[in-house]
Ligand binder design. Sequence first.
Ligand code: GLC
Ligand code: CA
Length: 553
Amino acid sequence: MRDFKHSTVYQIYIKSFCDSNGDGIGDLGGIRSRLPYLKSLGIDYIWVTPFFRSPMNDNGYDVADYYEVNPMFGTLEEAMDMIREAREMGIGFMFDMVFNHTSTEHAWFQKALRGDPEYMDYYIFRDGKDGQPPTNWESKFGGNAWEYVPSLGKWYLHLFDRTQADLNWDNPKVREEMKNVIRFWKDAGVCGFRFDVVNLISKPDIFEDDHEGDGRRFYTDGHHVHEYLQELVRDTGIAEMVTVGEMSSTSLENCIRYTMPERGELSMCFSFHHLKVDYAGGNKWALAEPDLKSLRNLFGTWQEEMMKAEGWNALFWCNHDQPRVVSRLGDDQLYWKRSAKMLAMFIHLMRGTPYIYQGEELGMTNAGFTDIGQYRDVESINYHRILREAGLSEEETLQVLGARSRDNGRTPMQWTPGENAGFSAGEPWIGVPENHTFINVESEEKDPDSILQFYRKLVALRKESDLIALGGIRFLETGNERVIAYERTMDGKILTVVCSFSKEREEISDPVLCERIRDGKLFLAADADTAAQYAEMNEKLVLAALDGIAVAR
Ligand code: GLC
Ligand code: CA
């Protein structure tokens, strides 16, 4: 079994990572050229987002051929070289398997469109109701989830874009096709997989309208999902590899089942509840201040319950679908450096496997776009229209996108203070934030106190310390909603982590917590300057804005 408990995973969004040929688009050559940098971070695995043949309506999450490399990103040979070169450095690749749907340009879908019954059964085609879609379900990218095909007189299901048709996993042939894809890349030498929205693969037997929501309760963690995952893992022999499932709107009970080792499903899963605490009324497109009480309770419950059941969490703040955390829960102006470090230590000292999303280790911020013309993402462009139609002004709409668009996490990796942040010699496919002049690898390599160096330290700590990798976890009372604390324990050792999510100074007077901090030894601090003052504290702990400390005993 591969060790994933002392490990850290780095996520690459290929289109925005590094461009090797000046066409403005990141590529495999770019990744290969940056392997030494990734090695220097100490990470063990790289999850790279899909680079397979695709019309790119959803930047590669619309796969037209699982065995071919999109020429925009390079060749199959280069992919093989990349896997081998990383291996030689002790880094394993995890490839991204988009198995809930294919692009409508996939040969299977094209055959289905021509009315071939064998291939129609690869997808979910249904009759409409009096000229209307079969159900009222909504696509996750806006609009109804069914698309009509006049030549067939039927509708097909697409939980995402209309060019991403959902596969019919109840068809054993589809399951065999997916196993073959896994076998192919396993033979190519990858060491693991990330499974895209994999908890949506099992659809209900009967399709009915949802009068309470958008339909997700009928297909999320569906009735055959565990069985299908077990079959996939067993028949491809990947139980010993590192696997992570992306779980959309999932439940704790299901994530325990997905990751309990003896069930033979996955190593770990991503869940997203902690990234919805700033959605007003659960709506991504309505801004609200983060609800820190829920943030604390969500982490507390998931961490403690997963531990009890021997499940395993993937730990993360950022990915290619999320705004940048330093802009979201930190402060990308006044307390940029300190808050980025606080957020990092909060995640990296927990129980689970941490993921670093490209640029997070630099404290990269949201894009700062001010015009709809700067946006590229299909979801953002759809919601721009939907929000305008709902009556928001252009300014209000741009404010929402500025906080919520997936493009916030997709701006080019900032390598240097120079032109295009050193990402490309050509015009990047999406704009580069102005702050690349000081937020970039080159500058942060030179600064011993940089966010980059702090991430290196966190990665190294998890490798060295069984307490961090394997220890127990318990969330503590702080008596202050804006300050979240937890302890890690092992063999009588205790590590106490205290993080403030407040933009003001905060007082902690809980006597037990204060005593621990007073009597413990400072293990890690988000800010070396403020750390000194904690050593001198008396009765109360006064935490600086967005600061974090960890104390060992
Ligand atoms: C996942 C991916 C996202 C994609 C969606 C549909 O959520 O992370 O980028 O749009 O699945 O494949
Ligand atoms: Ca390129």
